[in-house]
Ligand binder design. Structure first.
Ligand code: IPM
Ligand code: MN
Length: 354
């Protein structure tokens, strides 16, 4: 047998536990085929746990996560709890606490019929967004003055550091060099002058990668090009908030939130993998949510751990089932329950062409 990976599992809220269960089924299946071992440690943290115990996300758990090889997360968020409280504690807690400075978000169309833009084919939509993940409006620098009065002032600062920009830009250049050798910087330097730090850092780091063609787009135009000419993008690097917004648009190009997956990465250290979708509380427990995004996130986790064949097996299995329309859509109109969809992918694994 091969290596043994230590994997922390945080199913979280809403549909999180249901889709993570399918991801774990696929993990078990692919581990048997590709001969590697893993040990799971489950954590109950999320809104339900918070409501029951008043415990959000203690430092002791964060410290335990540092001992793992990877973290597999479902979704966080519940309307019964104050907006953003648990998300900030757990999702941001992990991203910031483990310094996971890359949020890697592939946008790849696996089957033509899933794309809502007419005449776009899988060869037109195959890019990856490298979203900065530890700074910007998410850094938590802000607050209220005279809250609730007519004189109220609300502030939230965009924080960019030279180190923070440089490391994520370098990651993106490295990735672009392994892909189609084109890197697009997305920002809004025409209006947000502080983003000039991105322009300068991008130009400087770019000198180390003469083989990579560079390009630039303002975020508003990038949204337009992404829909109109997605084929012009290969690797994209951008700041935290624009990356957040751009990748929901990107998710729709590849078929929707039912398929989009992401990795929160600090190269060489424990990293966290999750579907991009949220907890979708209204679908909780109904067995109708698509587990494909969570399963794809499991694939990204295995790629990160170095199990390339396992990752490819998962992606090819998903692609085959989508192309042949055995999984006909990524929402409840597929007629497949969450677990039936997971079972189909497990059964496809041995057949996957590598
Ligand atoms: C995402 C989510 C999070 C974010 C939320 C839940 C805080 O939208 O992972 O894209 O804004 O980063
Ligand atoms: Mn988002």
């Amino acid at each position: 047998m091969g290596k043994e990976y230590q994997i922390a599992v945080l199913p979280g809220d809403g549909i999180g536990p249901e889709v993570v269960a399918e991801g774990l089924k696929v993990l078990k299946g692919v581990a048997e085929i590709e001969s590697f071992n893993y040990k799971l440690t489950h954590y109950p943290h999320g809104s339900e746990h918070y409501i029951k115990t008043k415990e959000l996300f203690p430092d002791s758990v964060l410290n335990e996560l540092k001992q793992q090889d990877a973290i597999y997360l479902g979704a966080i968020g519940d309307p019964r709890v104050e907006v953003g409280l648990v998300e900030r504690a757990i999702i941001a807690g992990i991203r910031f606490g483990l310094d996971l400075y890359v949020n890697l978000r592939p946008i790849k169309l696996l089957a033509e019929h899933l794309c809502p833009v007419k005449d776009k084919k899988p060869e037109d939509i195959d890019m990856v967004v490298v979203r900065e993940n530890t700074e910007d409006l998410y850094a938590g620098i802000g607050g209220f003055l005279k809250k609730g009065t007519p004189d109220e002032v609300a502030l939230q600062e965009m924080v960019f550091t030279r180190k923070g920009c440089e490391r994520v830009i370098r990651y993106a250049f490295d990735l672009a060099a392994k892909r189609r050798k084109k890197l697009t910087l997305v920002d809004k330097t025409n209006a947000i002058r502080a983003m000039d730090i991105w322009t300068r850092t991008f130009a400087e780091v770019g000198k180390e990668y003469p083989q990579v063609v560079t390009d630039h787009a303002y975020i508003d135009a990038a949204c337009m090009w992404l829909v109109k000419n997605p084929e012009q993008f290969d690797t994209v690097v951008t700041n935290n908030i624009f990356g957040d917004i751009l990748t929901d648009l990107g998710a729709v190009l590849q078929g929707g939130m039912g398929i989009a997956a992401s990795g929160n990465i600090h190269p060489g250290q424990v990293s966290m993998f999750e579907p991009i979708h949220g907890s979708a509380p209204k679908y909780k427990g109904k067995g109708v949510a698509s587990p494909v995004a969570a399963i794809a996130a499991c694939g990204m986790m295995l790629e990160y751990l170095g199990e390339h064949r396992a990752a490819e097996r998962i992606e090819n299995s998903i692609a085959e089932l989508l192309k042949t329309q055995k999984i006909s859509s990524l929402d409840s109109s597929s007629g497949l329950s969450t677990s039936a969809c997971g079972d189909l992918i497990v059964r496809q694994l041995p057949e996957a062409r590598l």
